[in-house]
Design a protein around this ligand. Structure first.
Ligand SMILES: Cc1ncc(COP(=O)(O)O)c(C=O)c1O
Length: 427
């Protein structure tokens, strides 16, 4: 069956034909390729078309697809341990690996990034005894009700749900702030500080395209949290083990109270985790009064994939330099080609995570800035690249990911396709 037929048939049984909305390529107005296999930097669709993949399952595949060590770890574990719902040594091994390399004392495994962030918020509320949470416009933390507040809502207003099915009651405690805006966050704390349980932030945002929080903003945020006894949560579901082995925590002077993980920590299997300071984490059941549980949490196959991935990442000190170098080659190539073609482009990149913004803005610091990008140009670029065998996230407001399976040759192939695109559309 070809891609089109499979996708049409899927629509009969799965809403929109997909199990997560962005995969439907609705905004791009095309049928998505239906993927049958992956190997290293490549994925292949059901028609046998090969693509160099720059999506990497939306982040987890930092070693490339079906890395041999991850596959071996999963298959060896599967021979004797699929699920027990009981403590395992594998859970200890992954927990130890993460705690020993980051600033967190204790960690709890869950099954997705959403579960990690919503559990971290519940814990913050339980620990502080306060109800309000602050999130930043343009940051995504999963599909928990309290996070799905329209990013465009007025700063100090109560917001509008970004999804049907969310009672106003569920979001009345969510306050939306402006990313990288010190005055705005000061004002929010002045108004709501005594009620704020936590602030959750992507310290390196990937869900409005890549934007890094500034050092001065993070310092201010951290000091406000301390002043008002609110917890600071770094959502590292996307940037953890990606922008550096120790994640975004290692890029800032200030330290989070809680950190959430997902994606890379599970090596491509469904996983999430949250961790932090001992006295906060000890509020969790069975030690404390904050209840959170999961039949599949800490599943042996997931733990094995996560351990294999993290061990491989840390086994070679040059890995992150290689990722950064590939990112640099891509970034410089894109900027040079676009400039020659007179196409206004800005690249935001932190290591192996980047976004090519079609904009003439000098800087993009927040959600308002990215909203000004030329999304029509992005659509043309996206389609051209896909037809040239380059798989990209189908949105201007997403991050492109590099893996250790990519080589400079793959980057040059990307750049040749980008050059063709610019020749067609040069202004
Ligand atoms: C920063 C961030 N937090 C949370 C999530 C939710 O993770 P999941 O899709 O595994 O539920 C995502 C998903 O992309 C994310 O990027």
């Amino acid at each position: 069956m070809d891609n089109y037929s499979i996708f049409q048939e899927s629509k009969k049984y799965i809403p929109g034909g997909v199990n997560s909305p962005v995969r439907a390529y609705k905004d791009m107005g095309i049928t998505p390729p239906v993927i049958s296999k992956g190997s290293g930097a490549f994925i292949y669709d059901e028609e046998g078309t090969e693509y160099i993949d720059f999506v990497g399952a939306w982040g987890p595949m930092i070693l490339g697809h079906c890395d041999v060590d991850v596959v071996n770890a999963i298959s060896q574990t599967a021979s004797h341990a699929i699920a027990f719902g009981a403590p395992t040594k594998l859970e200890l091994d992954l927990a130890k690996l993460v705690c020993e390399t980051t600033d967190i004392d204790l960690i709890r495994m869950v099954n997705s990034g959403t579960e990690a962030t919503m559990s971290a918020v519940k814990l913050a509320r339980g620990y502080t005894g306060k109800n309000k949470i602050v999130k930043f416009a343009g940051c995504y933390h999963g599909h928990y009700e309290g996070f799905l507040v329209s990013a465009g809502s007025g700063v100090m207003t109560e917001g509008i749900p970004g999804s049907a099915g969310i009672p106003q009651d569920h979001i009345k405690n969510t306050v939306i702030a402006k990313y990288n805006d010190i005055e705005n966050i000061e004002e929010i704390f002045k108004l709501h500080g005594k009620d704020i349980a936590c602030v959750i932030i992507e310290p390196v945002a990937g869900n409005m395209g890549v934007i890094k929080a500034t050092e001065s903003f993070m310092e201010k945020l951290s000091s406000l949290c301390k002043e008002y006894n609110s917890l600071l949560i770094f959502d590292e579901v996307m940037c953890g083990f990606r922008v550096a082995y120790k994640g975004a925590q290692s890029l800032f002077k200030c330290k989070p109270d809680l950190v959430t993980y997902g994606k890379i920590i599970g090596g491509g299997l469904p996983c999430g985790a949250y961790g932090g300071r001992r006295e906060i984490m000890e509020m969790l059941s069975p030690l404390g009064p904050v209840y959170q549980a999961g039949t599949m949490s800490g599943n042996p196959l997931v733990m094995a994939a996560g351990i294999a991935t993290l061990k491989k990442l840390q086994s070679n000190p040059d890995n992150y330099e290689k990722l950064n170098h590939l990112g640099e080659v891509l970034e410089n190539g894109v900027l040079t080609i676009a400039e020659k073609a007179n196409i206004p482009v800005k690249v935001n990149r932190i290591g192996a995570m980047l976004t090519i913004f079609f904009t003439d803005l000098e800087e993009l610091n927040n959600y308002e800035d990215v909203q000004k990008c030329n999304t029509d140009m992005f659509k043309k670029y996206f389609k051209h690249m896909l037809e040239s065998g380059i798989n990209l996230p189908p949105s201007q407001f997403e991050a492109l990911f590099l893996s250790l399976a990519h080589t400079e040759e793959h980057i040059h192939k990307f750049l040749r396709a980008f050059q063709d695109f610019c020749s067609k559309f040069s202004l």
